[in-house]
Design a protein around this ligand. Structure first.
Ligand code: FDP
Length: 304
């Protein structure tokens, strides 16, 4: 593998992306190939022994974080590296920080032992800190480790998908990906008995409108499914015992909201767009409704 990734780099070049941002995106995409290899290794080990999955998963999370922090840390223009795996950000002390990075190194890692898809989520903010609302994002992407490894990306000029080919290169599969005004699938997170009445009524409405249930328990594949099926809704709501829901604003929601908005969809907590939510803390959580406009706006009606 020589990691030329000509198509990925040309795409970024054609978009007029600043060379430093291009280098950062390419460096993370190369790191994701190693993570993909490590996931396969872990899967093979589990398939062979079917033993202690918790430890195996934990190790994989930490290893992915290490690979990514080392990769980002080598660049002398990054302000902060913030990872879902760490309590605090890694301040890189570079004299002229241009970008800061949020990473969820391995989202959905509890699905490794059952061989379901998982992902890495990346947000790249302008400036020396990641503690910014989502409109400050310069770029966002996720890598989906499934039967195919794909990279879905935006820098505010539409959404495109790259696929990792057998030679280990990310090649362009689709550009200008858009979703429809209204979809046919719903993906509802959270324990049903903890749902609020508004959320329960909203989900019943979708069921009465013949939406099909599609929930894998992995945020990246579940949101990717909405994007690739060209519509629908993923939700992880406020719960009676967790009013802020489960998912993290900086590491999970902002990057995915940026991508879905760019594809013509919406992402909200029910009251305010995810990208406009003020950021108070690194591990802040928020409910999310993300997908086609019809479904997201429908939920807002229920909240009124
Ligand atoms: P996981 O706990 O397996 O890491 O953010 C974490 C996440 O998975 C998301 O990938 C997923 O959408 C969500 O949690 C699943 O939560 P539930 O188990 O409550 O459905």
């Amino acid at each position: 593998m020589d990691h030329k990734d000509v198509q990925l780099r040309k795409y970024l070049y054609d978009e007029g992306i600043d060379p430093d941002l291009r280098r950062l995106i390419h460096a993370i995409s190369v790191a994701s190939k190693y993570i993909s290899g490590k996931i396969n290794e872990a899967n093979r080990k589990l398939a062979g022994t079917r033993n202690a999955s918790n430890e195996e998963q934990l190790e994989l999370d930490k290893l992915s974080d290490l690979i990514l922090s080392d990769t980002v840390g080598e660049l002398d223009y990054i302000g902060e590296y913030a990872s879902e795996e760490r309590d605090e950000t890694l301040v890189l002390n570079n004299p002229h920080p241009k970008y800061s990075v949020t990473i969820d190194p391995l989202d959905g890692s509890s699905l490794v032992d059952v061989n379901l898809s998982i992902g890495t989520i990346v947000g790249i903010h302008y400036g020396k800190t990641v503690l910014k609302h989502g409109r400050n994002l310069a770029a966002a992407f996720y890598i989906l480790y499934g039967p195919l490894t794909t990279l879905v990306y935006t820098s505010g000029q539409g959404v495109c998908e790259f696929v990792l080919n057998p030679e280990g290169e990310f090649v362009l599969a689709q550009k200008n990906i858009t979703i429809k005004e209204k979809g046919k699938i719903y993906s509802p997170g959270g324990l049903k008995k903890s749902w609020t009445d508004e959320h329960k009524e909203f989900i019943e409405r979708l069921e009465n409108e013949d939406y099909k249930l599609r929930y894998s328990g992995g945020l990246v594949p579940d949101v990717n499914q909405i994007l690739m099926k060209k519509g629908g809704i993923f939700s992880y709501p406020a719960l009676k015992d967790a009013p802020e829901g489960k998912l993290r604003l900086l590491f999970e929601l902002q990057p995915l909201a940026f991508i879905l908005e760019q594809a013509g969809g919406m992402a909200t907590n029910g009251r305010i767009d995810i990208l406009d939510i003020p950021v108070n803390s690194l591990h802040q959580r928020s409910p999310i409704y993300i997908g086609s406009k019809y479904e997201v706006n429908l939920f807002k009606e229920y909240l009124k």
